[in-house]
Design a protein around this ligand. Sequence first.
Ligand code: HEC
Length: 149
Amino acid sequence: MNGIYRKSLARGLLAAAALVGFAAAAGAAPVSDPQLAKVVAQGKTLFTQSKFDGNGRVCQSCHLGGGLEPGRRPDGKPIPSLANAAAVFPRYKARAGRVFTLADQVRACIGGALEGKDPGEGSEEVTALVVYLTSLSQGKAIDMGGQPQ
Ligand code: HEC
């Protein structure tokens, strides 16, 4: 491989990495169905604003950047991003001793991390949050039980 080729390859890779970074920052691939896109937007609003009558935290207090960036617990410990959460659920939760769906995890964070009122399985709020989180994983391969990004 000659030097010029190597340099242009490196430049191409950098440009590709910048593009991937941009797509992630913009909130993953767009959802084409307008009704679904509306619920994605509702879920994002809940994620960034709703306290669920709890301790004052919102999802984004810990899951930064709308869930796309690495998160942080209140004690400063890092948590993985939610960028592929919908692709790695359902997963076995050792602490609960059972398999969690994404909706179960959302409700666990509402009841635990937010100390909020659980809107319940199948509620509009939990559905909207699941739809929003799923939109973040749009285009990613399902990897049941895989590692969060
Ligand atoms: C006080 C901090 C905090 C808040 C606020 C919080 N979470 Fe979490 N969340 C965590 C922690 C810590 C984990 C990792 C827990 C684990 O490994 O079991 C987590 C894990 C998750 C996961 C699974 C990620 C994965 O891939 O394993 C999802 C999905 C999630 N949270 C959604 C939410 C939603 C939706 C809200 C708002 C209703 C929320 N969280 C609010 C701390 C928080």
